[in-house]
Design a protein. Structure first.
Lengths: 189, 189
DNA sequence: ATAATATTAGAACACTTATTCTATAACTAC
DNA sequence: GTAGTTATAGAATAAGTGTTCTAATATTAT
């Protein structure tokens, strides 16, 4: 039948994701993406349609990545322990690389980026919010937090915290500062 | 001598600032800036050198704007009252427009933006940090916060909070959510 | 009015952009 | 092998980019 592909879609997507993540949507050219992925220009357009399509694919790819990596502690839903584990993980990774969060970066650049991206980022924030809420429910049952605490508000607060850390980590790469903020913020629970 | 200018530098800068603020550095073209400012292309390059120079000028212009508008309550340094006033102001403005913070946006896009921008944003965050610290010192003296609280950590925490709010406000424009987060976050002090 | 100076309008330039096209090469089922 | 299919390499395209240049225009001191 046909000639087989010489590339791995997953691998191509991974490389494209890092490039977009580092430089943003506008500042990344198809030229660069072709070079960095090693993929042929024609195959690129065959697979993803156009730059926007490729970008959306990297966003989805990143969603899966986040879900696996950072969602894990929260999905265990073991109360405050899970939340602390989550922020330890996030804080560590943020400081280590200094790219921030691909979602946050894209959300910020979003005016120049398709509406579809906005929607996906929105779904992500809601997912994160709900995961926090579940952990807090458990924490309440365990008596780790007072029974009269408003879980919705606290979840929004934790989403906000994550975003703040994301931004700070891109500028101030001192691990200590990030850790300090996490410490202070979690005292609040 | 010479023919007088038909434009007001301040006014030009203001319009350029809003354009960059809305769309980001990369997504804004000189073509658009020329149209939006109504300024002649040649005069543009005469005044600011090039796109990067114009962008830096808008960043400086924004710094002054922020200093006047949002710095005011913090400079009064009346303890917790000032901090609450600050966040009420910030929360309100963030929700009203939905552009986020020009500094934050630029910091995030920064990989594709000159290093000079990075430095300015850095200065801004430090300034903000120090203003918070001063208010907290006063609060401590007034007995509004416990004497053993670490002011440096708390200040970093408040900077982080501001950034988080900034990001959230660009996506979730519900005023209530923003207000909820502020409420929860300030309980921590 | 004239000379000197600066601003203006917008054409022109060189380069980059995303995207499409074309011809060639590689593979498989028959 | 051959036919059919698909990936490949890279040239070609058309529009957009930041920037420079040129000529005309407006103003003021003399």
């Amino acid at each position: 039948m046909a000639r087989p592909r010489e590339f791995d879609r997953k691998e191509v997507l991974k490389k494209a994701t890092f490039t977009f993540w580092n430089k943003g949507y506008e500042a990344t050219s198809m030229e660069e993406l072709v070079t960095v992925t090693g993929l042929n220009r024609g195959s690129m357009y065959n697979l993803f349609g156009n730059k926007e399509g490729l970008f959306l694919a990297t966003i989805d790819n990143y969603f899966d990545f986040i879900h696996e990596t950072f969602g894990a502690p929260l999905r265990k839903a073991e109360g405050l322990k899970s939340i602390k584990e989550y922020f330890a993980l996030v804080g560590g990774k943020l400081c280590k690389y200094g790219r921030g969060c691909f979602f946050t970066n894209s959300a910020i650049e979003t005016k120049s980026v398709p509406e579809a991206v906005n929607q996906r980022v929105h779904v992500y924030f809601r997912t994160q919010h709900d995961l926090f809420a579940k952990c807090l429910e458990v924490a309440k049952k365990k008596g780790e937090i007072p029974a009269d605490r408003d879980i919705q508000k606290l979840s929004s607060y934790l989403v906000c915290l994550t975003q703040g850390l994301t931004v700070m980590s891109k500028l101030n790469k001192q691990t200590k500062t990030i850790q300090d903020v996490i410490d202070v913020a979690l005292e609040q629970l």
